[in-house]
Design a binder for this molecule. Structure first.
Ligand code: ATP
Ligand code: MG
Length: 299
């Protein structure tokens, strides 16, 4: 058995969430040596063990209390919750926070030449999907039914192979659908990666560690969404310049050595400074305009 005093976090071993999950944990200061084939990686500098598994297993590992935390797509989580409820279970877990990666949508798609006027078009039709419970929830909410064709891969080839009339699959750019002669007709669910925690109280030490981790995750995500903006600006244009700057925060204003007519402005902004705004700032006399990424933040 694993050491129960260490916080266990499950993440996808390889796939669309694995790089971002690993990067998030690394940016939170967790030193992990992820050797490719190992199921468990031990953090060197904190009492944390990382379990690397198929993403489908993560909700169950958290619901069953085998691990304390998990990083998983909401689509997979919700499908597992609905599956367990359909089996008469009452799955328990909490969502600690939504993360800033793994964005995708679960969509209905049909052969490109078919007519779609709404989900009613698909009433009683056969739909291929890996997410039968999410699809049923959507169809139930519309008072419609469908025949399921459960596929855990290659869903997009089902209509062409004559297995189904439509599909319900994950989409991010739509390129895969297009390549298979399909057209996205409706979005039924929007998903992102989430950090989840098992039900039940954690030990005092583990809870304190989770709290620290949450503060760091907040800092990492906030830093990724923010920019540090610096520039020199003419003193008499200060208010006009400030009006152009994105974000609600007022900038710090610093004097420039040996030049009373100009000032240095520094600010953290949660919005990007667009080229158009930079051009307007320059037209007002601003110079040395720098937009820098922020590595870490704590408020
Ligand atoms: P595993 O081998 O771990 O079971 P998988 O093949 O089931 O992996 P991936 O394709 O790696 O899963 O996708 C994992 C998750 O990434 C999805 O469940 C979804 O939440 C998210 N995701 C983000 N963009 C996309 C996309 N374009 N297509 C599919 N999933 C996406
Ligand atoms: Mg999977």
């Amino acid at each position: 058995m694993l050491d129960n005093t260490r916080l266990r976090i499950a993440m996808q071993k390889s796939g669309r969430l694995s790089d971002d999950s690993r990067e998030l944990l690394t940016r939170c200061g967790i030193k992990i040596n992820l050797q490719q084939q190992r199921l468990i990686a031990f953090a060197e500098n904190m009492p944390i063990d990382i379990l690397r598994v198929r993403d489908d297993d993560i909700p169950g590992l958290v619901m069953d209390g085998v691990v304390d935390l998990g990083i998983i797509g909401e689509n997979v989580l919700e499908e597992e919750v609905l599956t367990r409820r359909a089996q008469g279970e009452d799955p328990q877990l909490s969502i600690l926070r939504r993360l800033d990666f793994g964005g995708c949508r679960l969509s209905l798609a049909m052969p490109a030449d078919s007519v779609y006027t709404g989900p009613e078009c698909l009433d009683t039709k056969r739909i291929a999907t890996s997410y039968p419970h999410l699809l049923k929830k959507y169809f139930d909410s519309k008072g419609l039914t469908f025949k399921s064709c459960l596929l855990n891969g290659s869903v997009e080839v089902a209509p062409r192979a004559g297995l189904s009339d439509a599909i319900c699959d994950l989409v991010s750019t739509g390129a895969t659908l297009e390549a298979n002669g399909l057209r996205e007709v409706d979005v039924i669910y929007r998903s992102k990666a989430v950090l989840i925690q098992r039900a039940g109280e954690l030990s005092e030490d583990k809870q304190a560690l989770v709290n620290r981790l949450m503060t760091r995750i907040q800092g990492v995500i906030q830093a990724r969404e923010s920019k540090y903006i610096m520039m020199h600006a003419p003193s008499d244009k200060l208010e006009q310049i400030i009006d152009l700057l994105p974000g609600a925060e007022r900038p710090t204003v610093l004097p420039l050595a040996g030049d009373q007519s100009r000032l240095a402005l520094h600010m953290v902004s949660s919005e990007t400074l667009f080229w158009e705004t930079m051009e307007k700032l320059k037209a007002l006399g601003a110079s040395s305009i720098l937009v820098l990424p922020i590595e870490k933040m704590m408020e």
